[in-house]
Ligand binder design. Sequence first.
Ligand SMILES: C[S@@+](CC[C@H](N)C(=O)[O-])C[C@H]1O[C@@H](n2cnc3c(N)ncnc32)[C@H](O)[C@@H]1O
Length: 349
Amino acid sequence: MDDQEPQKPRRVRYKGTHPKSFKEKYKELQPEQYADDVEKVKQQGKTPAGMHRSICVNEILEILKIVPGQIGLDATLGYGGHSLEMLKCLVPGGKLYAIDADPIELPKTRERLAALGYGPEIVDIRIMNFSGIERIYLESGPLNFVLADLGVSSMQIDNPERGFSFKIEGPLDLRLNPKSGKSAAALLKSITEEELEELFAVNSDEPYSEQIAEAVVNRIKRGMKIETTTQLQEIIKESLGFILHDKRKEEVKKSCQRCFQALRIAVNDEFGALDKFLEKLPDALVSGGRVAILSFHSGEDRRVKKSFQSLFREGIYSEVAPDPIRPSAEECNTNPRARSAKLRWAIKA
Ligand SMILES: C[S@@+](CC[C@H](N)C(=O)[O-])C[C@H]1O[C@@H](n2cnc3c(N)ncnc32)[C@H](O)[C@@H]1O
């Protein structure tokens, strides 16, 4: 009948008492509607689905010393948590440029920030790679501060369609921008055993790179498909069958983490992008301008440290972090994804 109330959509059903898959976590995916449920997930030390918890926020604000009216860049917008805090320090009169290579998450973040009152007049959000940072500063003029929080966001890791996690079945993609470049599955089809061994060893210090590369390339030569995250995870597991039983589970997990990370670094040319960004950074900053970079593995941290220290010796930076800053024990307890973070900073001379 016409005057009947429209039926509410049925809630998603899941087995047991807690949702397990990404799609079942419909409450976490709608934080505006289910704020209490989202808070409960955070209290358990977990990151709610579709969200990212920003790391070292206070430490970063202390380094950047943002004041109203300044112009800055968030080179890795992600969920926009750091951007939001930086925006609060900028007003009135300032401007934030915020970029990210990911065209899937970026529009959602733009909408979230606009709903909080930060529209295009104060935050200029663009889909782009930070390797092309000159496109920003040639337009904006020299910046007072720059932040880069490297790697991937929790939204990207948790979404099975992106293929970032070996724990969840999904296409073996691993691209920040799925419309650009080659997926990890395509890369595996075209790589030699020697190249793959080097990729695992160089990008992630994988100790079993030889055995894993041999197993992967052999399977492909025999016509087997490696197109999903769990297919690759199974091959890694089989190739490590020689490890003693009581150590094997943990070693397989660590190798999966490292090999997925190595493939992600390769398909997104993460080291190439970071090197270009670090090289162009001094030109992006005003004298006295500040930069903070959060890294999550040794390959990234080594590059940041080397660049900051050599530009310091050349007198281009007047001050650099003597040692990396680590998140507090409390932050690591409430957000285990913070555990590997290292924060470095520099000030332009
Ligand atoms: C750890 S997250 C950033 C989280 C963010 N700071 C926050 O508070 O929500 C890293 C982000 O950097 C982006 N990213 C990684 N490499 C990039 C690059 N070369 N250029 C632009 N964005 C990049 C990823 O797509 C991801 O969204």
